[in-house]
Design a protein around this ligand. Structure first.
Ligand code: SAH
Length: 353
């Protein structure tokens, strides 16, 4: 049976065309857009500003939501992990990370992931499928409604990170479309400045991304300063090696405005890529590529069976940061969140606990 169109993934222009096709006035499209995104309603029945006949017609021909929440886990640190399923049964995971001054929602761009990063649990799933723009947006709606109630105000705004399951730059079109819809001021109104997209290093897409004029922040997962080691840790390096990746990063850097920066993520694996020499080599690598508007996010490895890595000691994490800073590179240590419920970076593999 062909799926009904999922209107959450429709731009305002596309909704306009749909309603023109139904011989309904244009403002109905705006009402539905506001209902889905501004009021975060997940059924047409609740859109009581629409005539009953229109709601019934929409119900027969379209979907206002397609994901179901299978389970929800709450960490001792307040992080929530939502394990959802698509209409055709694929897992989607979304994580809500509260902090004092802001909340962050970490969403998935794909179900599973085709990349084979050796330290990441999601890699073990393989790629199940790309998520649609509607499925990407609906994750955010479900989480916001869970935390703040349907349509409730988000007290300190929300930051979004495309750091859940999947490689966002291998689902580029749907991702960009979703972000565009989410930035609409009549909808979720989450502007690009509050969004960060993380890539393992899909070079052609970094270059394409650099050309967008309204675009989110960029993070690149690097995790080694050395080609041979990165080939092992992140096999995507064989396709686009560090040298090409950093050349693309430089092209991107040139498009940044004054004061803007971008991020390299570096997963610290105990005894593997966390030595003093690795830190010095990393700083030297950035210097050689003339990358200046960067900061490094150091992510202590989150262990999970069957991954064969252990986190670096807290002392070594601090040393690594200090060496980078002594060489003029800003570095931040990311506090792991939600480890106890398999919600931390690299732990998303649709686990039930
Ligand atoms: N595919 C994209 C988006 C995923 S973001 C990317 O690779 O950037 C997830 C982040 O968590 C990446 O920086 C990844 O390197 C990191 N990561 C993966 N496994 C991890 C683990 N077990 N512990 C800590 N960080 C991990």
């Amino acid at each position: 049976m062909p799926e009904k169109p999922h209107l959450t993934g429709f731009s305002r222009a596309e909704l306009g065309e749909l309603f023109a096709g139904l011989a309904e006035p244009r403002y109905r499209a705006d009402q539905v857009f506001r209902g889905l995104h501004g009021r975060r309603l997940m059924s047409f029945e609740e859109m009581t500003d629409l005539p009953k006949a229109v709601r019934e017609k929409l119900n027969e021909t379209a979907a206002a939501s397609t994901l179901t929440v299978d389970s929800k886990y709450i960490s001792i640190d307040g992080t929530r992990r939502f394990l959802m399923k698509t209409h055709d049964g694929y897992p989607v995971e979304t994580v809500f990370i509260p902090t004092e001054n802001r909340d962050t929602i970490c969403f998935s761009s794909q179900s599973g992931c085709p990349l084979k990063c050796d330290f990441c649990l999601t890699a073990k799933l393989g790629l199940l499928r790309n998520l649609t723009a509607g499925e990407i947006i609906e994750q955010i709606i479900i989480v916001l409604n869970d935390v703040y109630g349907v349509g409730g105000e988000t007290p300190h705004g929300t930051n979004l990170v495309a750091m859940g399951e999947g490689e966002p730059f291998l689902n580029f079109e749907n991702l960009i479309k979703a972000l565009d819809i989410m930035s609409d001021e009549n909808g979720l109104f989450i502007v690009p400045g509050r969004i960060t997209v993380s890539t393992a290093g899909i070079v052609p897409k970094i270059l394409e991304f650099a050309k967008l004029d309204r675009r989110p922040n960029l993070a690149i997962s690097l995790s080694s300063p050395n080609e041979a080691q990165r080939d092992v840790l992140m096999p995507i390096n064989k396709r686009w090696p560090i040298a090409e990746l950093l050349a693309a990063a430089k092209v991107f850097e040139k498009t940044l405005k004054r004061g803007e920066r971008f991020t390299f993520e570096y997963v610290l694996l105990g005894g593997v890529n966390d030595s003093d020499d690795h830190a010095a080599d990393l700083a030297e690598l950035l210097r050689r590529h003339d990358l200046r508007k960067v900061k490094i996010n150091l992510i202590p490895h989150n262990p999970a069976e069957p991954l064969d890595y252990r986190p670096s000691s807290p002392e070594q994490v601090r040393r690594f940061k200090e060496i980078l800073e002594s060489l003029g590179v800003s570095a931040y240590i990311r506090t792991p969140r939600g480890r106890d419920i398999y919600a931390a970076c690299g732990q998303l593999a649709a686990k039930t606990v």
